[in-house]
Design a protein around this ligand. Sequence first.
Ligand code: ATP
Length: 707
Amino acid sequence: MSEPRVRRAEIAIEQSHVDRVYARLAELRTQAEAMRAKGYEIGHGAQREAVFEQASMLFERDMMVYHANQTLQTLDAEYEGLVFGRLDQLGPETVYVGRLGIRDAEFENLVTDWRAPAAAAFYQATAEEPMDVVRRRVIRCSGQAVLDVDDDVLTPDAVPDDMNVVGEGALMAALGRARGEKMRDIVATIQKEQDEVIRAPWRGVTEITGGPGTGKTAVALHRAAYLLYRYRRQLGGAGVLVVGPSGVFTNYISRVLPSMGETNVELRALGQVLDGIEATHHDPAPLAAVKGSLRMRKVLLKAMRDTPPDAPTEMRIVYQGEVLKLGAKELERVRRKVHGHGGPPNRARVRAAETLLEALADKAEEYAKADDRTIDRQELITALGERIDFHRFLVVWWPVLYPAEVLRWLGDERRLTRAAKRVLSREEISLLAASMADRSQGWSMADIALLDELRVLMGPPPKRRRRQRLELDAEQQRDSREQTTRSRPEHYDEYSHIVVDESQDLSPMQWRMVGRRGKYASWTVVGDPVQSSWPDPPEAAQARDQAFGARTARRRYTLRTNYRNSAEIFDLAARVVAGHAEEGELPHAVRRTGLVPQLKAIEPEGAETAVQTAAKELLGAVDGTVGVICAMNRVDEVGGWLEGQAEERLKVVGSLDAKGLEYDAVVLLEPTELITESLTGRRVLYVALTRATQQLTVLASDEDWLA
Ligand SMILES: Nc1ncnc2c1ncn2[C@@H]1O[C@H](COP(=O)(O)OP(=O)(O)OP(=O)(O)O)[C@@H](O)[C@H]1O
């Protein structure tokens, strides 16, 4: 038979199996719906029964409905290519691999879940170690239709006469395909070195390093899906959190887990880790460096203990006809004494009241002594402690503190100087005060970690008012229930597994924020030191180690193959970062396209036309997405130049927000600007240069970036 006919015949064979799978899926769906209906029926019945029977019937109903809903949720997930693989092994058995495990009515496997041990050979078998696999087949579907098949033969001697082999490599075909707006899962083509990381033990800390495009993000997400499948009991309760660098990034990866049937993983950008608030803008690099530094912890602690701006500076209260007066210095002494006990101020109101009453009693004793009188100290404390005017004073003198309020206090440079004496430099203080005084932009990403730190330092506000004010800017309030999966209680901020992507960029304060959410968690930490934009790696490493705690199990994997960029594009990126990477830190790009990056000299005034022309050209050259990457402070300007052009396929993104993203083609504007706007310039440029899968055009008015 000719190759196309063989291929058609093989596609037809797989189509008949896929049809069986979908027919069975429909049956299972009907069964689950019937179970749910029955559950509701029991519920109705219970309403007519005696009270003691009701409880157990309602419980039974809840369980039935719950299980039915769970099953329906799994069956209803939008599986693109439910069945994607087939293993023909030395024995008679053929295993189909898919996103979900499905058995037929006789309990025979129709599809094996890709995470099950029986599917492991699909990823782990190689020609050197075939693991009894004769032929591995990748099946490509669109909806329920089989489009193509692609085979690898792993044990050539064992291929029976009637076994056909077609295709020339599913991986290369997948890598060459156009990219859409969202990242796709890679279940069908996970490589052996990646599979090892995905299936690594769940406890402790699993670090994944590797250069751009090596699949770190993809692997981390598949690992989350794998861990939930294998260890749902251990991890399902408190859940899994995935932290990414930006909202653009979490949006980009948002389809990957649902496409594998996992809908109970929370994805949060660093600016969204704190419930009820969302920050999207980056501070300029020097300011972000101050806000992210561990030194801020000391500053925040002192700021929180300072006298609140509106607190009264004098107390007067009448007791038995005499005015007892505490001046500013005395009140300060009382405040220091209360803070001297440590602990969160929002939990210290009773102690504040007691200490203040003691100070008033001292004062009364002092007056009495001068007049040669005595007073009953205990009686005074009890009497004043019950007085409404005392409590009115206390409320304003020791107010409930809210993180946002205290952080804004730092906009007052004198106050900040008090808090940051001997901790921050003069310039750092001015920079920080100016940022906190400027409310035009709302909170920045770096501020979120400071707010979270303060939240813990000051303790929760009393319950009654807590809900109305996690005290975050009204326009930034988001319904936190939206982000929280149904199974987790609101404002519960512990997780059992945390995935941190682009971890090389977390500031020490951000590590503290994330670490707090994983006190008892196991971790998957993804990063590439060469792409780091954080200026003080040792400080970040220290904070990171603290976040993990003293865990013994710590394993590190390095991925070495760049699956994203064509070799031609990666060669240019490698050249730019050469002096900033250690030997062996750069990955190896596997795909040659014959298309070298275009470097175009422009005049600064001609940038607009040059960007428009380049974008248009690339939109015509590729089927998928085109990214225009520029310096952070030019995003709006460049966005304006491109308004109205192929909206969904064309995106403008700032250098720092380009982290983790990818496009079929990229226009990179003024690379030298990317270097100068950041403290780790060349690395940021390296990130930008490694975003394109197929074509890259660089528009530059100078050549400094190539030096
Ligand atoms: N085994 C694979 N099969 C198919 N595609 C793959 C495979 N591994 C990686 N890819 C693809 O390569 C691209 C890069 O992957 P990913 O974004 O996970 O890399 P990364 O290491 O996180 O990159 P960066 O550090 O630059 O953000 C993605 O399009 C991903 O789908």
